[in-house]
Structure formats: C-alpha cells, structure tokens
Design a protein around this ligand. Structure first.
Ligand code: ADE
Length: 423
C-alpha cells in the first residue's frame, strides 16, 4: 500500500460556500440518512464572504481520524461525520504518485487515517448555516484527496448525511434539493437550477442579530414539528410542491416580485409551523420582529406596484434581506442603519462586512453619517422613528456565489505538510 517510507503526507484543500434557503427544508422522514419531507431551494452565497475552508491530510503515520474546527480539536465520533467518511472511503479510487513513491489502492484507504482542519471565514456561532459550508467542504476535499470519481450530485447526497442543507452547498447559484423517493437516499440530492451569473443583480444583506437565549437546534426542532404539528403535513404535501414550481419559474425569469412574494411567504409558513409545534418553538426574537415592524414600510416596500425587498428567517433570529439591485440595496441599507445603528463599541468597518461598496453607494463613510440619517420618508407619521442601537451585531452584504473549489496553492493549506498538524 504505502511506499517504503512511512513519512509521506498527502493533502487537499478546498473552499465551500454556505447557502440560504428561500423555500425551506423543515422535517425529516429518515433521521439517520437525513431525508427531508419536502424539496427546498436555496441561493448559494459568495464564498469570499461566507465559506468554510478545509484541508484534509492522510498519512500512514496518522494513528486515528482527527479534526480541528477553527483551531480547536473536536471529536469525529459523531454519526454524521462517520457516515460521510464511510461513504467516501467506499467510493475511493486508486492513487499513485510515482515521484514520491506513493501508491494507495482503493481498498487501502480503509486502513489509513485522516487529519482534517477546517476554518469558517465568519463566526460559527452566528447562526449562518456553518455546518452546510462545513460538510460540503469536508466531502468535496476528501473526494478530491481520495480520487472519488462521482458526479457532484452524488457527492451532494453524501454531504446531505452530514448536514441536510450541506447538499445544496455543492453547487453555486440557485440550487434545488430534491427530496427523492428511494429508501437508500441516493436520489435525495442537489441539482443546480441556475449558476451564479444567472441573476447577478440580486444583493443579499444578512443582519446578524445578537441572541441571548439558546435556540432549539434544528435537529430537535424539526423532530418536534414532525411529531406534533399538523400544519407541517399540509405544508410538505400541498404548499411546498406548488411553491417549488413557482419559485423555479420566478428564478428562471428573474421575476423579483414573484421571487420575493414566495420567499417571504415560505419563511412565514416555516415559522408558523414552528408555532404550531408543541411546545411551540420561537426562533425569531424581538429584533427579528422589529425587522418585521419595517415589514409594511420596507420589506414589502412597494414602489410603482413592485415588491422591492424580500426577507427570510432561518432557525434563528437573523434576518436575510434580498434586494433586486444595488440601487434598492443601498437605500435598504440606509434604512436598516437608521433603525439599527451600531452600538457604542462598534466601528463602521466591523459593522458592515462583505461587499462594502454598497455602503459607499448609500453615501455612508463614517459613523457620523449613520448618526445623521433621517427617518425614511415612508415611515413619517406612521411609526415612531425609534432606533435600536446595538440590537444587530453586524450586517453582511453579499450576493450569489460559486460552488466549492479546490485551492491548489500550498499557502491555503491549514495543515503543515511537515507535522501533519494544524499550522
Ligand atoms: N460545523 C460548523 N462549521 C464546520 C466546518 N467548517 N466543518 C465541519 N463542520 C462544521
């Protein structure tokens, strides 16, 4: 199996994006295989702003599988990691590097161990689907290292076994996770609806909302909804199938009005299912609802009869706002900064992350500019112009982005090729 030297270390590094669902995944029909009760659709977010980078290394000198997440060693014993590793090992191909005298036969991978180091370019605790980027990246980088000759769709079905929504992060642009029918889960995988260049005008602003209370994990929340909500059955069988078709059409035709209507309606219904769960689950907090108080004025802000901004909330308090173009995005950002200015300890540079050019287009170059913002015209006489400083931790301005990619340069590797340990 190995060359005469036991010292070699082989490595692969990849980067994978996170995604935000516009038709939500909520509820499993198989907990172990992670098979959903409905299809879902997401937008892949620009990996420059939200992504995981993972280096996987293999060496005959490694004694067991080990993983470090953001520099801290974490156990790999969980079923989700084990399922992904098992599926990939069973599909591994032969590997040979004549120059280095390394030869690994297909079956040889079962006897070798991995060191895995992963790093998220955004706070893991921010509730931004880090496990979606993380498992997509883990599967993509291991498939590269082990010479797995499967299509992206089959890799997505493996990533799904790590974290359901991870399957959608195997593609860029607009992605559908088809629930599938087979017991094995082979057909429960992602398909790309359109790539990241299809609808480049869309701008996505994520408001990361500080949350004090521990949220119900998606896994237990979904289980409780499936066990106790009657609305979830109606949603999965009647509402989502027709919404999926309408959403595919809206994306195909870049019809923002329809896209926004469906996105907001689906987020609302997902949270309605959470309320219909016993005991009820509240993912949105006061700040989320404050975003909602802008609802009438802002998110379903109509201009010449057209919906201008869509919102969607996942299993947490963060708001994800989607604008049809930069012009609307910059006036949206002005309004958001009026209602949610930074707290006393913030700097502008760390309050707006991602694509900062939108901030410039909004004419905001300093904290003083935020202080001086006037109440939005549509708010006049309708709501008190109250401001909620510090309720939003920060905003991330982003767009739809590409799928996973291998990073070839040694400088991207998170593991030392000398020691086999995180750099
Ligand atoms: N969970 C959260 N982030 C992750 C990552 N980068 N890799 C694996 N699992 C994760």
């Amino acid at each position: 199996m190995a060359g005469e030297s036991q010292k070699w270390i082989l490595m692969a590094t990849a980067r994978a994006p996170t995604n935000i669902a516009v038709i939500k995944y909520w509820g499993k029909r198989d907990e172990n295989l992670i098979l959903p009760i409905n299809d879902s659709i997401s937008i892949t977010l620009d990996p420059d702003h939200l992504s995981a980078t993972t280096t996987v290394a293999v060496s005959p000198s490694f004694e067991k599988d080990r993983m470090w997440l953001n520099g801290k060693e974490i156990p790999l014993s969980g079923g989700r990691y084990q399922n992904c590793l098992r599926e990939l090992r069973s599909r591994a191909g032969d590997f040979e590097d004549e120059n280095r005298g390394i030869q690994i036969k297909k079956e040889g991978w079962n006897k070798l161990h991995f060191h895995i180091a992963s790093y998220n370019n955004f706070p893991t605790a921010a509730g931004l689907a880090s496990s979606a980027a993380g498992f997509a990246c883990l599967v993509f980088s291991l498939a590269k290292l082990m010479n797995v000759k499967e299509e992206l769709g089959q890799l997505s079905a493996i990533a799904r076994q790590g974290s359901g929504s991870a399957c959608r992060s195997l593609y860029g642009g607009f992605v559908k996770w088809t629930m599938g029918n087979e017991m094995s889960g082979r057909d429960s995988k992602a398909v790309q609806l359109a790539n990241e260049t299809h609808w480049e005008d869309l701008i996505i602003i994520v408001a990361v909302v500080s949350s004090r209370q521990k949220e119900t994990s998606s896994t237990s929340g979904m289980r409780e909804s499936v066990e106790t909500s009657s609305l979830i059955q109606h949603r999965a069988k009647v509402v989502v199938p027709s919404r999926i078709l309408q959403m595919e059409e809206a994306i195909r035709n870049r019809n923002f009005s329809s896209f926004a209507r469906l996105t907001c309606a689906d987020s609302n219904q997902f949270h309605a299912v959470c309320l219909d769960t016993s005991p009820p689950i509240f993912y949105m907090n006061d700040t989320s609802h404050r975003h909602d108080f802008c609802h009438r004025y802002l998110f379903i802000w109509r201009f010449k009869g057209k919906t201008q901004v869509a919102y969607t909330f996942d299993a947490g308090p963060n708001a994800v706002l989607i604008a049809p173009n930069r012009k609307v995005a910059s006036s949206l950002l002005q309004r958001l900064l009026f209602y949610f200015p930074p707290g006393p300890d913030n700097e502008l540079n760390s309050y707006i992350l991602g694509d900062k050019t939108i901030l410039q287009e909004a004419g905001i170059e300093s904290l003083n500019h935020i202080e001086a913002l006037k109440p939005p015209p549509e708010a006049k006489d309708k709501v008190p112009s109250q401001r909620f400083a510090g309720d939003v931790s920060y905003f991330i301005c982003t767009r739809s982005g590409k799928g996973p990619e291998v990073l070839m340069e040694e400088e991207h590797a998170l593991i030392s090729s000398q020691t086999g340990l995180p750099k």
